[in-house]
Design a protein around this ligand. Structure first.
Ligand SMILES: Cc1cc2nc3c(=O)[nH]c(=O)nc-3n(C[C@H](O)[C@H](O)[C@H](O)COP(=O)(O)OP(=O)(O)OC[C@H]3O[C@@H](n4cnc5c(N)ncnc54)[C@H](O)[C@@H]3O)c2cc1C
Length: 67
């Protein structure tokens, strides 16, 4: 048994900054990949996860290093 994907999780912006429930940036907190929700809506296009994980992972890592 394995978890193939998750559709819910933290909310982030285009710079991978985590947003709070009011949409405000949580300073110094970045996220990407399965821990982030809302990227695909209520369903996921098969095979569509890894590109997002890689692109947003790079952006979040870069921004975390700069912050
Ligand atoms: C069987 C299967 C097939 C899939 N096929 C596809 C596909 O064809 N195409 C596609 O796009 N997606 C596919 N996916 C989905 C895709 O693999 C995931 O969405 C993606 O790998 C998630 O990346 P991630 O970096 O968010 O998480 P993960 O890849 O799960 O990486 C998280 C990492 O954190 C590490 N970790 C966990 N806890 C700790 C801790 N406390 N301290 C340090 N490290 C920790 C883990 O060991 C792991 O290396 C598939 C998933 C599964 C299960």
């Amino acid at each position: 048994i394995y978890v193939h994907t998750s559709l819910d999780g933290l909310k982030t912006d285009e710079e991978a900054r985590v947003l709070d429930k009011d949409g405000r940036v949580v300073l110094g907190l970045f996220a990407a990949g399965e821990v982030v929700g809302g990227v695909f809506g209520k369903d996921r296009i098969g095979g569509g996860s890894l590109a997002n994980c890689l692109v947003m992972g790079r952006i979040s890592g870069r921004n975390a290093a700069r912050s």
